[in-house]
Structure formats: structure tokens, C-alpha cells
Design a binder for this molecule. Structure first.
Ligand code: AMP
Ligand code: MG
Length: 434
């Protein structure tokens, strides 16, 4: 492959995002509210009534007219009590001048009142209450419809439902929700040296960990993993397994994309008339990453070529529904995990029906100086520690992209720009979490 198709990190990410905008989710299914947690909403959820449906007290205390509290302390006549769930008959419990109503958190504010004074600032007798502090009009209650008006959208289509969204759906009375089918993502690990975890590895063999890290990452982002058998570094069997994988919504290959004599993945995909959008990114780990697509029935229709990263060449191709995307991820386990997160995840999200999400790096202070080489954007395993506002980060000791143990000790990636040779302790650095 030509070096012209090795692109910067930002370009590679942009190319994936551009293609991700061209794919869509599968069918819609209806699932129980709780089963919808982690799924992607297929139709917007609307407010079935005003939120809140009545002016809702946010404190235990006394519903009052703020103007009556201009001078404190003041003694008000107690004319009733409203508990959460009570709905006093109109006219039976209103707050006139010099009057107060005892009210509980979550109860509807009575007519006439325009504030709630907290019980902590009061002293009550049988039919009067002394108020020690003033309140502003509007304090300690939420007006009817302030959170959402009836018919207003509460949760948009394309939202991955977390616990807050589930709570909101519950509050709108949705006992079942329409969600998109999970995309099926095939995982194909390659390599003659790789053996299944149940087998006893020979002296030079290594166990297949990539299939499992990828399957775990796929499930974590809300898709379904389809684990294929390990492909040998042999073109016929490799091709058959690739074709099997292309029957899923997305294919992730690992290994066989470097420059070695037996790195056959790109060759076999070229034979299948794949289009390649990039065949490397200027990152470490993960430089040999490959991104491309195949025609509907692979082997037909699409000329083998490396496409320049511009929208014209993207548009000139077959429409996205007729193509299957694939990523050839590098075989080194840390590279596999990093490149999944950086590149495969946004494509899976799009196939799951999610709205595009920007990749956001967080910032923390560097604990110990870093020296590195320029030229590649680096995503190095790192440990974020400290407490509360005093987070600090340092690189995890590691033996390179094959060191899974280092990654298991790390809890984030420290992002080093390609032009930095040295970063001093105390500088702010970017982190990729997870
Ligand atoms: P490759 O990208 O095929 O050149 O492989 C790079 C390194 O990753 C080699 O040391 C491989 O043994 C290792 N590797 C490849 N595939 C796997 C896998 N499925 N699980 C664990 N390590 C792997
Ligand atoms: Mg290999």
C-alpha cells in the first residue's frame, strides 16, 4: 500500500466519521423499559403532561406570600396542610394575606402562595407559625411545566439510554420503548501463532486475547459481537472467514495488517475488491490500522483502490447501504484496544442509530516528566490518580503494544501530540478515558 494512505489521527477519525454518517441502524423493536437501558432510542419520547404537572414544593416548610415576609420575624396564621399526593379542593386551602399553609416536599403549592419558606426557619404552634427568614417570590418550588411542557420532546431519537434517560422515560409513563436492533459486529482474529484460550499453547504460540477484548468492547458500546474462528495466515481460509464476517453489519479483523511477509489481510481484501479509505494512521500504538469497505456481495462492483480522503470520492462510490465496512486492526493487543476506541467505536455507534458523538479528551496535570519522539500522536496507557480536584496522571510502565498487563493496570490513555518531545511535570495533558 502506498504511504499516501497513511493519514494523521485527525484525518483518519474524520474519514471514519464521514462514512459513519452514511450508515444507519437496523430495524426497530419494542422492549421493556429496563431492557432498554444501554439501547438506542428509535422514536422520540414526548412529555405526556407538563413537567412538573403542578407547582411542586421543593422543601418541607410553609407556603407563603413572599410579600408577607418583608419584615421578619413575622407571625402567620396556619390555615391548612398539604402533603405530597394531596390535591386540595379549589378554595379550601388558599394562602391569603397573613396566612400560611404547612407543605411537604413534592406537594402542590396552594393558590395564593408564591414561595415556600423552609421549616428550619420557622417555629409553629397549633394554628400559627413564626417565620424567622424572608424568601423571594418563586423560591423553593418549581412552576408547573418549567421542566418540560406537555408534548415537548424529552429524549431524542438516537439517544443511548442511560439511567437518567430511563428515569425520564419512566416519568413519562413509557413501560416499553422502541429501540434499534443492536448491530452485529464480527470479530476475526488472524495469525498462525494464535490459539484459542481452551487449547494448550505450544512454546511459541500465544492465546487469542483480541477476540475477547474486542467482543467486550463491542458489547460495552451497545452492539452484539459475533466471534469467528481464528483465521490462519493462509489466503483461502482467511478469505472464507472474511466473507463470513462481511455478512454482519461490520467486520473487525485483528492482526495481519503490518508489513510482514505473512500479513495477508490487505491482500485478501484487495482480491475481494475492497475500497480502502486509509491503510495507516500516524498514531502509536495502532499505526497499521486499515479502514475500508466491500460491496454488498463482496467481490462484485467496487474497484480495488485507495481512495483519497475527500467527499467526492466517497460520493462516487456505491451508496452506503450496499457496502459493508471493515477495520483491519493491528494484532498487538494494546493497539487493537486503542484503535477500536478511536475508530471502530464511532462506526458502531452510527450502525446502532446513535447521533454522532465528538471524541472529547479530558485534562489532568502530569505527575512526572515525559520524553518521547515526535511524528506520531501517542495514546499511551496511563494511571490517573489523586482525589477530588487534585487529579494527576502518569504513564504506566509498559513494554510496548503487546503489554496487556500494563493496560490492565492503567485506567486511561495519555494523549501526546505529535510535535512534543518533552512534557514537564505539572503541565496539563489530554486524556482519553476508558
Ligand atoms: P500482527 O499484527 O499479526 O503482526 O501481530 C502483532 C502482534 O500481535 C504479534 O505479536 C501477535 O502474536 C499478536 N497478536 C496477533 N493476534 C493476536 C490475538 N488475537 N491475541 C493476542 N495477540 C495477538
Ligand atoms: Mg499476524
Amino acid at each position: 500500500m502506498s504511504s499516501a494512505s497513511v493519514v494523521s489521527f485527525e484525518e483518519a477519525r474524520h474519514i471514519v466519521e464521514q462514512h459513519a454518517r452514511r450508515v444507519g441502524p437496523g430495524e426497530v423493536e419494542s422492549v421493556d423499559l429496563l431492557a432498554a437501558s444501554g439501547r438506542v432510542l428509535a422514536e422520540p419520547i414526548l412529555a405526556d403532561r407538563d413537567f412538573p404537572p403542578f407547582p411542586r414544593a421543593t422543601r418541607d416548610g410553609y407556603a407563603v406570600r413572599a410579600a408577607d415576609l418583608a419584615q421578619v420575624p413575622v407571625r402567620l396564621e396556619l390555615v391548612g396542610e398539604i402533603r405530597a399526593g394531596d390535591w386540595p379542593e379549589p378554595g379550601t386551602c388558599s394562602v391569603g394575606r397573613g396566612k400560611a399553609v404547612s407543605i411537604m416536599t413534592g406537594a402542590p403549592l396552594p393558590a395564593g402562595a408564591d414561595a415556600v419558606v423552609m421549616v428550619e426557619y420557622t417555629a409553629a404552634t397549633a394554628n400559627a407559625v413564626e417565620i424567622q427568614r424572608g424568601v423571594k417570590s418563586g423560591e423553593n418550588f418549581v412552576p408547573r411545566g418549567a421542566e418540560a411542557r406537555q408534548g415537548q420532546m424529552l429524549i431524542d431519537r438516537g439517544t443511548r439510554l442511560d439511567h437518567a434517560a430511563i428515569a425520564l422515560a419512566a416519568s413519562a409513563g413509557a413501560s416499553t420503548l422502541p429501540v434499534f436492533r443492536k448491530p452485529r459486529v464480527a470479530v476475526l482474529s488472524t495469525g498462525d501463532e494464535v490459539v484459542e484460550i481452551g487449547a494448550k499453547p505450544g512454546p511459541a504460540q500465544i492465546r487469542n486475547s483480541n477476540t475477547y477484548s474486542l467482543a467486550a468492547q463491542i458489547e460495552y458500546v451497545g452492539a452484539e459481537s459475533v466471534r469467528l474462528p481464528i483465521a490462519p495466515d493462509e489466503p483461502v481460509r482467511l478469505r472464507a472467514l472474511i466473507e463470513q464476517g462481511l455478512a454482519c453489519d461490520l467486520l473487525l479483523l485483528t492482526g495481519g495488517v503490518s508489513m510482514g511477509k505473512y500479513d495477508l489481510v490487505e491482500q485478501v481484501l484487495t482480491d475481494l475488491k475492497a475500497a480502502f479509505y486509509f491503510t495507516g494512521a500516524k498514531i502509536q500504538p495502532g499505526k497499521p490500522i486499515v479502514f475500508g469497505s466491500c460491496g454488498w456481495s463482496c467481490g462484485a462492483g467496487i474497484p480495488a483502490r485507495v481512495l483519497a480522503a475527500n467527499s467526492q470520492s466517497v460520493r462516487a462510490e456505491m451508496p452506503a447501504p450496499h457496502r459493508k465496512y471493515f477495520f483491519g486492526l493491528p494484532g498487538n493487543p494494546v493497539s487493537t484496544m486503542v484503535t477500536f476506541k478511536l475508530f471502530a467505536q464511532p462506526m458502531i455507534a452510527a450502525l446502532a442509530g446513535m447521533k454522532p458523538q465528538p471524541l472529547i479528551f479530558l485534562q489532568a496535570k502530569l505527575k512526572a516528566e515525559i520524553r518521547t519522539k515526535t511524528g506520531l500522536k501517542r495514546f499511551l496507557p496511563a494511571v490517573l490518580s489523586g482525589e477530588f480536584e487534585n487529579a494527576e496522571v502518569e504513564l504506566a510502565a509498559w513494554q510496548g503494544s503487546g503489554d496487556i498487563a500494563a493496560l490492565a493496570r492503567a485506567n486511561c490513555f495519555l494523549v501526546i501530540p505529535p510535535d512534543r518531545e518533552q512534557i514537564s511535570a505539572g503541565e496539563w495533558v489530554s486524556l482519553l478515558m476508558g
